[in-house]
Design a protein around this ligand. Structure first.
Ligand SMILES: [Zn+2]
Length: 303
């Protein structure tokens, strides 16, 4: 019990190296704690929430490369339909061509996309690369996008499906993607919606009251500490809103051509489809993103 309380209150696990970093969106080191018992801070310059200190790059790569890391995805058969919906969304923005998917995981998106695109992917997880190649025969480059030797101005589309929140320096990734795209190319990004997750403020309040009463409940609030223990743990290093995501794209030269919700659910039941339709309608009417994930696409200007 004592060890659990310590872990949730911020004692650093000796198994995970952690490093302080500046804001990955604007580069500023000016920050303030977002919550006393999480490792999330708020950038005082651009306002984005990010994790600092965060697990080191080596610790994160080891975490993603563990055998069986992707097993839990295989237990969600609805993911195939989710990937097909995303491919159709891209096809409303472009008509095919050469596509690079950054952080392609075990290659399920590539398997759906290659019917319409010439597909290439990048992945830092050796386990993901192995699965994508063995299961789908995909072209996947092993390594960090920022380190790989990829052709500039060569791609029609670059996608990051729930990847930008995981990377160490989002602004450098966006810059790199801009350089790799052809003029007129599409940059499509989906990330979790911090506006939605901050609606968990009731939980935060309940947790704070619980803490005051001596009950360590902080794993229950919106931003738990990154412990890198469970394969299903999400290593989110930057917490975007639709506004901060679009700002980042514009600041790196993209013309934002679509902003909205990301239909990320693997649940294909009528009820889940209706819920997404309802959230989408609400977004169209109010501009407020009330669902757990958001989407933005930018076009690289033509000269
Ligand atoms: Zn910032």
């Amino acid at each position: 019990m004592y060890e659990t309380a310590d872990a949730t209150r911020g004692v650093v696990s000796p198994l995970v190296e952690r490093v302080h970093t500046p804001c990955g969106v604007c580069g500023s080191s000016e920050r303030e704690p977002f919550h006393a018992f999480s490792d999330v801070v708020r950038c005082l310059d651009c306002g984005v929430l990010y994790v600092s200190p965060r697990p080191s790059s080596a610790a994160i790569e080891r975490f993603y490369s563990r055998a069986g890391h992707y097993d839990h995805w295989d237990r969600e058969p609805g993911r195939k339909a989710m990937w097909r919906r995303r491919v159709q969304r891209l096809l409303r923005l472009c008509s095919g061509g050469r596509l690079l998917d950054v952080g392609t995981g075990q290659g399920d998106f590539g398997a759906a996309a290659r019917e319409y695109f010439t597909f290439e992917g990048t992945e830092i997880s050796s386990e993901g690369v192995r699965l994508a190649r063995e299961r789908h025969g995909l072209t996947v480059y092993h390594g960090d996008l920022l380190d790989l030797d990829l052709p500039r101005g060569a791609y029609d589309v670059i996608t990051l499906w729930h990847v930008l929140e995981h990377v160490l320096e989002p602004r450098k990734v966006v810059e790199r993607c801009y350089a790799l795209l052809k003029p007129g190319g599409i940059f499509a990004v989906a990330v979790p919606n911090t506006d939605y997750h901050l609606n968990l403020s009731k939980k935060l309040l309940a947790s704070t009251i619980g803490f005051a009463l001596g009950r360590p409940m902080f794993r229950e609030v919106g931003f738990p500490r990154l412990l890198l223990e469970s394969p299903e743990e999400e290593i989110h290093l930057t917490h975007f809103t639709l506004a901060s995501l679009c700002w980042l794209l514009r600041s790196k030269g993209f013309l934002v051509c679509e902003r909205g919700l990301d239909d990320y659910s693997a649940d294909n039941s009528l009820r889940a489809r209706y819920e997404h339709y309802k959230s989408n309608l609400f977004f169209q009417m109010t501009g407020f993103a009330s669902s757990p994930a958001i989407f933005a696409a930018g076009r690289k200007p033509t000269p």
